[in-house]
Design a protein around this ligand. Structure first.
Ligand SMILES: NC(=O)c1ccc[n+]([C@@H]2O[C@H](COP(=O)([O-])OP(=O)(O)OC[C@H]3O[C@@H](n4cnc5c(N)ncnc54)[C@H](O)[C@@H]3O)[C@@H](O)[C@H]2O)c1
Length: 415
């Protein structure tokens, strides 16, 4: 690890990637510029557990510019970009991360972040929040509060809140309109195919692509699969979303049926074992599996291993499982978050929106933590609107404002 962190050549490459991301994250640089006259994190320790990508480096450097003392770990053992870790370390950030960690090394890096006694925790997936709540070493530490980046993290925190054990306020950044609508949908939609194409280099047109889950992420993936010429099928458990998928023009059926027909399966549910042994048993020879959900639980990889006589890597990020009847099933990125393991995660333009929300939510926690209850809080509307306005400005897009007459009409109950 130290060799990665201290590698000046890597750090130089990381600086190039940081500059590239910064240039394409006008929304975030505008948010940071505005915050620099209003937010003073001087002397505040912030623990950050995010996928360590070029986009994250722009957020971390922004937090540093506002005075924060940042302790950084990854949000997945396989997603860290070493050049970015090295660049941030060379800029004085305390970094505990490298690509290809074991699960225990990954967990230990999160503990190291908490050992720095951060007052605010910015998390993605809630491994850091859960560790702060669950492990004896950290439960007595005092925190102002935190933020959470993704749907799966928010689901876990809701369960923690329901158990009455949430011990500091957390803003659910994932739930901001300016996050879900763009990051989950357009970001994941594009970067999932970026990962699949880098790993397989195959044609998508004409293939039957089965997308599991028609939430924001699933919608984005289905949309991009269709754009690439695939025959797109969707699986769901929620009747409203199933109906939405149907009216958006997709074929919607149970996984039990579609498992026979799919060429490429992509999970985006946040749920466990959405593709399992009963499905592998029916799959075509050569079927390809990828997961875009946060954790590597959506595809039952150990179940696949049990029914296979051989598991071997055939290309970077592609493993072949050979079943007893000689059928081959290919798994991308070991079933981990495909866009971050096999590609570089979301494009900078969408992460600029998500991370503007993160930065402003962390600032709100800093300002108001004494007023907030120990609850999961939605992103305040003024933050969502500010991020949208910053994004429009960064993209040089102008919109109308309501006239006086329209304002009066909108505020009146008489026609
Ligand atoms: N890859 C990325 O960069 C990225 C980005 C954002 C979110 N995520 C993750 O992607 C996952 C989905 O996020 P989202 O925002 O779309 O969530 P969401 O809650 O909006 O959608 C999930 C959908 O999956 C459906 N679902 C649940 N169990 C299912 C099952 N067994 N079969 C079929 N469908 C099922 C739900 O009904 C829901 O409609 C989460 O784990 C989230 O954290 C990943």
């Amino acid at each position: 690890m130290t060799s990665i962190i201290a590698d000046a050549t890597l750090a130089g490459r990381g600086k190039g990637s940081y500059d590239w991301a910064y240039k394409h994250m006008g929304t975030l640089s505008k948010t940071i510029d505005t915050a620099s006259s209003q937010v003073n994190f001087h002397g505040v320790k912030i623990g950050v557990c995010l996928h360590i990508t070029k986009e994250t480096s722009v957020l971390v450097m922004g937090l540093k510019r506002l005075g924060a003392d940042v302790y950084l770990a990854g949000a997945n053992p396989l997603s860290t970009q070493n050049e970015i870790a090295a660049f941030l370390a060379s800029e004085g950030i305390t970094v505990y991360a490298w690509r290809g960690q074991s699960s225990s090394e990954y967990q230990e890096c999160i503990r190291n972040v908490l050992r720095g006694s951060p007052k605010i925790i910015i998390d993605d997936g809630s491994d850091c929040h859960i560790t702060a709540h669950d492990e004896k070493e950290f439960v007595t530490q005092e925190y102002f509060g935190g933020t959470e980046e993704t749907t799966t993290g928010v689901v876990r925190l809701r369960a923690l809140e329901a158990s009455g054990k949430l011990k500091y306020p957390i803003i659910a950044v994932n739930n901001a309109y300016t996050k879900q609508l763009f990051d989950n949908r357009y970001g994941t939609g594009q970067s999932t195919f970026d990962g699949i194409l880098r790993a397989t280099s195959l044609l998508i047109a004409g293939k039957r692509v089965v997308v599991s889950g028609y939430g924001w992420v699933g919608k984005g993936i289905a949309m991009r699969a269709r754009g690439l010429g695939a025959l797109v099928s969707v699986t769901e458990i929620d009747p409203v979303r199933a109906l939405e998928a149907r009216m958006d023009g997709y074929d919607i059926r149970p996984m039990g049926e579609l498992s026979r027909e799919g060429d490429l399966f992509i999970t985006a549910t946040g749920q466990k074992h959405v593709i399992s042994k009963e499905h592998f048993a029916k799959m075509k020879n050569g079927a390809i599996l990828a997961n875009a959900g946060h954790f590597d639980i959506e595809i039952d990889v150990s179940g696949l291993e049990i029914i296979s006589k051989e598991r071997k890597t055939v290309r970077n990020h592609v493993e072949k499982f050979t079943l007893d009847d000689e059928r081959a099933i290919y798994l991308i990125a070991s079933g981990r978050i495909v866009n971050l393991v096999a590609a570089e995660g979301h494009p900078p333009e969408v992460m600029a929106l998500s991370f503007s929300n993160q930065l402003l939510a962390a600032a709100r926690i800093f300002e108001k933590h004494e007023e907030f209850q120990n609850k999961l809080i939605d992103v305040p509307t003024d933050i969502d609107e500010l991020v949208a306005n910053n994004a429009l400005e960064a993209m040089n897009i102008r919109i109308d404002s309501p006239t006086e007459e329209q304002r009066a009409y909108g505020g009146s109950w008489r026609l």
